[in-house]
Design a protein around this ligand. Structure first.
Ligand code: FE2
Length: 423
């Protein structure tokens, strides 16, 4: 007898009437029409069952700090960075832990069970690193938290930047971060990419850099990042986050760049909510969107994920940990409205992001962890359209969150008993 059997599910690949059998926290069979005795049977009633959402780019040290010590009045990137500089010395470990745990609760409720968070390593106390390592330990039973040692002030621009970053790695940070476009010069930026990739190669770490988060078409650190990935044999282990300058680059140059990125198997994370609000701020009209070239990257075979980046922090006053909101914004900004492209947007917040984090046992296949979400939607496109309610969230075969269906009961003349999905 199985521990759990989910029947009559629709999967993201379009298969219907699928049953998922769970034993000891893992899927042991995923077959159409399978029926067998189980301790618990859930009838999905034709609704979508998907693997958990994964956020490949977040800042958990700053999340939910909105209004501390003051609100970002202009809503710009530069005021956000200044504001974070004001807040950093006032941070306490307890406050960072408390805010991060609250955010993880929100995430679980939304079926978001794996997050890669950058953590600022430019504070000499490394207080946020210590706090988020503690959060990582506490949430491990229900959420995979991966930490990037992120030198917000520039690993070379900050005189002690490299030392602090190395200390964060010793403490337990998983991934080497960077911010080459924020270094003093283009050449210093390129040097930072080289040094950080070499450090990661030596230590067997992954790399994920904030790269070219700028409207400057000549910000081309992604070229160096792809070169280093290829030179050091780090294929598939290096990620470029944001890459917004690519939006403004010359088309001819991009036609050379994309094959180089594909050859080096560089991953890309685009952050649509943040890019559409922070980029193009120096423009009058027409105003650039500032998001990287997602359809063109995907067409080149490059792995692209969408990240949330910020929720209620110095840079962004909105957000809720809802990766379907992120997918929806990415879909709109990139004009990914073909049937295939809309499905790719769902992949960008699930399987593509999981690939970037190199999550083990992720997916709806026999042998994978029985981690899944039952949505109030019949397919992936409807899930994005409705930001569908996460009816149930499972981790290792155990339900960890439950939300009632969002269905309005209408009281209309001539339409007795009618309802509307408001999910
Ligand atoms: Fe970021």
């Amino acid at each position: 007898m199985f521990d759990l059997l989910v029947i009559n599910a629709t999967l993201p690949d379009g298969r219907t009437d699928v049953s998922l059998a769970v034993q000891d926290g893992k899927f042991i069979a995923v077959d159409e029409g399978l029926r067998a005795p189980a301790a618990e049977v859930i009838d999905a009633q034709g609704l979508l069952v998907c693997p958990p959402f994964v956020d490949a780019h977040f800042h958990m040290d700053a999340t939910l700090s909105y209004g501390q010590p003051r609100v970002n009045q202009t809503g710009t990137l530069l005021e956000g960075i200044a504001l974070w500089g004001e807040l950093k010395p006032q941070l306490t470990q307890d406050a960072v832990i408390e805010r991060a745990l609250t955010y993880c609760d929100w995430a679980v409720a939304k079926g978001l069970l794996a997050i890669r968070s950058h953590v600022d390593v430019c504070d000499p106390r490394l207080l946020a690193v210590e706090a988020l390592l503690e959060v990582k330990r506490r949430v491990a039973p229900y959420l995979d938290l991966q930490l990037v040692a992120f030198p917000q002030d520039g690993v070379l621009r900050d005189p002690q930047g490299m030392d602090k970053l190395k200390r964060a790695l010793v403490m337990g940070a998983d991934v080497v971060g960077g911010i080459p476009h924020f270094e003093r010069t283009m050449s210093e930026g390129a040097l930072s990419v080289k040094l950080l990739c070499e450090l990661a190669a030596e230590q067997g770490k992954l790399v994920d850099m904030h790269c070219d988060e700028s409207d400057d078409p000549l910000s081309r650190h992604i070229e160096t990042l792809a070169f280093e990935a290829q030179r050091l044999g780090m294929h598939g282990r290096i990620t470029g986050s944001h890459l917004t300058s690519m939006h403004s680059m010359d088309n001819y140059y991009v036609s050379k760049l994309l094959p180089l990125m594909a050859e080096a198997e560089v991953n890309v994370v685009s952050n649509p909510l943040i890019n559409i609000t922070l980029q193009g701020r120096h423009d009058t009209y027409p105003k650039r969107r500032g998001m990287t070239r997602v359809p063109e990257l995907l067409a080149q075979g490059i792995n692209v994920a969408f990240g949330q980046d910020c929720v209620m922090d110095p840079w962004y006053s909105l957000g809720s940990g809802d990766m379907l909101e992120v997918a929806s914004m990415g879909l709109h900004v990139a004009q990914m409205t073909s049937q295939a492209a809309m499905r790719q947007c769902f992949d960008a917040v699930t399987v593509n992001a999981a690939k970037i984090l190199q999550l083990e046992g992720y997916g709806l296949a026999p042998g994978c962890h029985a981690d899944f979400v039952l949505l109030q939607a019949r397919d992936t496109v409807e899930a994005i359209r409705l930001r569908a309610t996460r009816l149930s969230v499972f981790r290792r075969g155990r339900r960890i969150a439950h939300t009632p269906p969002s269905t309005a009961m209408l009281q209309l003349p001539g339409r007795p008993g009618s309802t509307a999905w408001m999910a």
